[in-house]
Each structure stands twice: as C-alpha cells, then as structure tokens.
Design a protein around this ligand. Structure first.
Ligand code: ASP
Ligand code: MG
Length: 340
C-alpha cells in the first residue's frame, strides 16, 4: 500500500494563544487528515517565550521578581489544560505540567542565586514553552477523538551547542526524523524551535524558528506541502498598519518572499524559506482566524506579471542612510571596515 502524502502544519503562538484558538486548530488538523497525513509543529502558547525571557532576565540580575512571569505562565497553561483535557487524562497531564513548571522555577531560582543566566540555562527554560504547547494540542486532539501524540523535538533534531542560535546537523537529524515520524501514535505534534546536542543538552534555534523546524521536517520527510498557520490572511502586499488596504498576495516565489521577510515583513522567519526552496516543497501561509481563505502560496520562481510588476512592499523602520563620498577613498583598502 502506498503511504499517504505527508503534510506539515505549523501553528504559531497566536494560533494557539487560548482555548478557543486551540480548538480551531484541532478542527484544521482534523480536516487535513481527510486529505493527507498531517505532521503538526507548534510554537509556544501566546506570549510564553517572552515571559520566560523576562524571568530569565530578572533572575540573571539576582531579582526575585522572576517568580511573577513564571506564575503568569503557570496560570495560563493550567487554565487551558483544565478546559481541554478529557477527564481520564487530566490528572496525569496536570502532573506533567506541574513537574515542568517546577523545573522551570528551579532553573530560574538557580540563575537568580548565581545572578547569572547562561545561554545554556536559558535554552533549558525556553524549551518549556513548546513542550507544553505540544502536550496541550495533542491532548485537545485526543479529546476530540483524533489519535495524537506530542513529540519532543530534542529527540529528533540534533544541533551544535551554540545555545540560542543552534545549527541543525542535517545528516543525523534526517535519520532520526525518518525513524520516528510519522510514527504509530496518530498525528505527531512536534515541538518547534528546540533541539538538542549530541550529549543531550537542550538548544533553541533562534527566535521564531518554529517555522524553520516545520520546513526542515517537510524537506526531510518529502512532504507534499508545508502550511504555516498564522493570524494574518497570508503574505500581504504591504504592512496593513501602514497601508490599510493592503491585500493578500495569492502566489509568490521563494526568493521574493525571502526578500519581503528580510526587509521587514513579519510573515515567517527568513531562514525557514531555504529548506522548502531547496527541496521544492510548496509553502502555504494561511490564517487560523479564517481557514476558508486561500492564503498565500509560495512556490518556485514566478514569471513577472506585466500588469502588476511589484509583488509587495516591505519596510524597515527607523533606519538611517549614511552617504560617504570622496575621491580619496578610491583604491584605499579597508574603507568600509573603518566606516562601519
Ligand atoms: N516560541 C519561539 C519564539 O517565540 C519560537 C516561535 O515562535 O517560532 O521565538
Ligand atoms: Mg512565530
């Protein structure tokens, strides 16, 4: 029997920011199941990552105020779990969540006592966000009758030890991923953003890197498509805060998307485009707020449209242009270096 096509569905923090949104996501995953074998990738719930960074920062200054953002995280996750887990699972999952929160508090406490939070400890703390959101979404799917298992990406993404911006060892990871996914536990719900070193230390791949986890899995599993689910209707022709009548771009090339993203468009994390581009896997950027919309399809290189020669405009704010001129600079080496 031919195995079903794999489709990666990645959900960002705002798409799973509260109970209602998580339920919408569960519906989208259920729907995808009728068309392909979904592999889900998640970011941390809402503002969890920022709250952990806030706690880590306070702790690194010896400030006991770190307990406050951690309590906020605790409350938020507990609230969601209590609402969405089935009665049979609630006790066991609550214990898991409690253990994870406890570990997070201990790590922060250690950092606070030392008055130092190393990148290594910070990554351990940050992993909490994605580990819990994967657990929550998998539990939500099961409570809706869909078999699902949360997968800790530290078991399948091998990285170097540049904590905070770790680089993935593609050769080792590919093998681990193919061994493990899609797997037999129903829909895998994989933690974005995190990985681990050969010696098992937790690493993170850079802010916003859950997108990268998604396209990397897509490339390694030969997925038919990678869907990036967010809270906008795809890539827009301009920043809607500056241009209120900006409209979604239906189709765009990988390079064009990269260019827009690099110059300020906040649709997806720029390094995430590369694995998809290299493997020629179509990317779809879609909105969890309105799944009926087509979103934006990112694919190959599109021929220029003579009627609409500009695909989109993005902007970097608060930038200055400095112009340096003078004939004396001609032929002088290291001019740029010295100017910078
Ligand atoms: N939770 C991580 C962050 O906020 C990763 C992600 O959202 O993609 O940067
Ligand atoms: Mg994100």
């Amino acid at each position: 029997m031919k195995s079903r096509n794999i489709r990666i569905l990645k959900f960002g923090g705002s798409s799973i920011g509260n109970l209602a949104r998580i339920r919408c996501v569960a519906k989208i995953v259920t729907q995808a199941q009728s068309e392909a074998a979904p592999v889900v990738v998640v970011s941390a719930v809402g503002v969890t990552t920022n709250a952990i960074l806030e706690a880590a920062d306070l702790a690194s200054r010896g400030d006991k105020g770190y307990v406050e953002p951690l309590s906020r995280i605790d409350e938020k996750h507990r609230g969601i779990l209590e609402e969405l887990a089935s009665d049979e699972e609630l006790a066991q999952l609550s214990r898991r969540l409690e253990d994870a929160i406890e570990e997070l508090r201990e790590l922060a406490r250690g950092a606070q006592l030392l008055g130092e939070c190393t990148p290594r400890i910070r990554d351990r703390m940050l992993a909490f966000g994605e580990l819990q959101s994967a657990m929550l979404l998998a539990a939500c799917l099961r409570s809706e009758g869909v078999a699902a298992t949360d997968v800790d990406a530290r078991e399948i993404l091998r990285t170097d030890d540049r904590f905070g911006t770790a680089k993935v060892d593609q050769r080792v990871s590919r093998e681990l991923i193919r061994e493990r996914l899609p797997g037999s536990g129903g829909v895998p719900v994989v933690t974005g953003f995190i990985g681990s070193t050969a010696s098992g230390e937790t690493t993170t791949l850079g802010r916003g890197a859950s997108d990268y986890t998604a396209t990397l899995l897509g490339a390694m599993l030969g997925a038919e498509a990678v869907e990036i689910w967010t809270d906008v209707d795809g890539v827009l022709t301009a920043d809607p805060r500056m241009v209120p009548d900006a409209i979604p771009i239906r189709e765009i090339g990988y390079e064009e998307l990269l260019e827009l993203a690099q110059f300020g468009a906040k649709v997806m994390c720029p390094p995430a485009v590369e694995p998809a581009r290299k493997a020629g896997i179509p990317l779809r950027i879609r909105s969890t707020l309105d799944p009926s919309l087509p979103g934006t399809l990112v694919l190959g290189t599109l021929p220029p449209d003579p009627y609409r020669p500009v695909r989109g405009i993005s902007a970097i704010r608060d930038a200055a242009l400095i112009r340096v001129e003078g004939v004396e600079a001609i032929g002088v080496t290291e001019t740029c270096q010295r100017i910078f």
